[in-house]
Design a protein around this ligand. Structure first.
Ligand code: 13P
Length: 291
């Protein structure tokens, strides 16, 4: 039985200074590719779904597939709902069987963010072994229904982060530190490492209260990733990389085999391409062998 919540996996990762990949999937091929690689590499896994794919695929269907794959897997696997802005939908997904829920009220004023986040935390903790991620500050870029232009992005204040964790009781904190959803326009994104380290220290130095999440994984240079792990980052969210791999691999295959009508062959090629991308990520995060 390897159905777990995210905090269970991430406390160990934070202590041992490696990170767990949290991969956004939009279809079954991606999901299977991600799971198979993690089993091969004996690595703990967080599968993520944004709100739109969760509605498109259907909550019950998604959870049934997750449970079927996770229950027979010899590694811990968490199913995470990413960037949900509606408290009620967070509760619906918790009821359906997601094991980690992210309530993203980061664009609300501080007190309202606390109110909504706390409501989701209390609900999830009451109904089961479900951990909750909250965000403070706003991460720029586009992720599903969340669109934040760079000028409106706000970095997370360390003292407020501590207050946020204490008053909401969240299990994981996603502080905005300058990383962005989507593709970085520069090779050297402006990431505020000092801020990230300070937040991690304030929250987790006297025992791990809320493992730290890094959003906007795609395009982060390997030395940034290593530094963020060293400073206390234990969950890295990766979405755009998998979407691009899926679309590019499909396009390349179909372009080269214009007269072939065999979806199974496309699936094999796409799955292999996604596996390669996931291997790149988990080797960089140091999670192989940690399950
Ligand atoms: P990327 O799309 O930049 O990988 O970001 C993913 C993410 O942070 C999802 O929450």
């Amino acid at each position: 039985m390897s159905i777990v919540n995210a905090k269970e996996i991430l406390v160990k990762a934070t202590q041992e200074k490696y990170a767990v990949g949290a991969f956004n999937i939009t279809n079954l091929i991606q999901l299977e590719a991600v799971v198979e690689v993690h089993i091969d590499k004996k690595a703990p896994l967080i599968i993520q779904t944004s709100v739109t794919p969760s509605k498109f695929l259907g909550r019950e269907v998604l959870v049934a597939i997750y449970r079927t794959l996770a229950e027979s897997a010899p590694i811990p696997i968490c199913l995470h709902l990413d960037h949900c802005r509606e408290v009620d939908y967070c509760k619906k997904c918790a009821d359906a069987g997601w094991t980690n829920i992210m309530i993203d009220a980061s664009r609300e004023p501080f007190e309202e963010n606390i109110r909504q986040t706390k409501e989701v935390v209390e609900y999830c903790h009451r109904i089961g072994n479900i951990s909750v991620e909250g965000e403070l500050g706003t991460v720029s870029g586009v992720e599903d229904q969340i669109k934040v232009v760079e000028d409106e992005a706000a970095l997370c204040d360390p003292q407020q982060a501590l207050e946020f964790v204490e008053r909401t009781g969240i299990d994981l904190l996603a502080p905005a530190i300058g990383t962005a959803h989507g593709v970085y326009k520069t090779k050297k994104p402006q990431v505020d490492f000092e801020r990230f380290g300070k937040i991690a220290q304030l929250i987790n130095d006297q025992g791990i209260r809320a493992p730290m999440v890094v959003h906007g994984g795609t395009g982060l240079p390997p030395d940034y990733v290593a530094k963020l792990i060293e400073l206390g980052g234990s969950k890295f969210n990766v979405s755009t990389d998998l979407k691009r791999t899926l679309i590019d691999a499909t396009y390349d295959y179909v372009s080269e085999h214009r007269d072939e009508y065999n979806p199974g062959k496309i699936d094999v090629v796409v799955k292999d391409a996604i596996k390669e991308k996931v291997i790149y990520w988990i080797d960089m995060l140091g999670s192989p062998g940690k399950a």
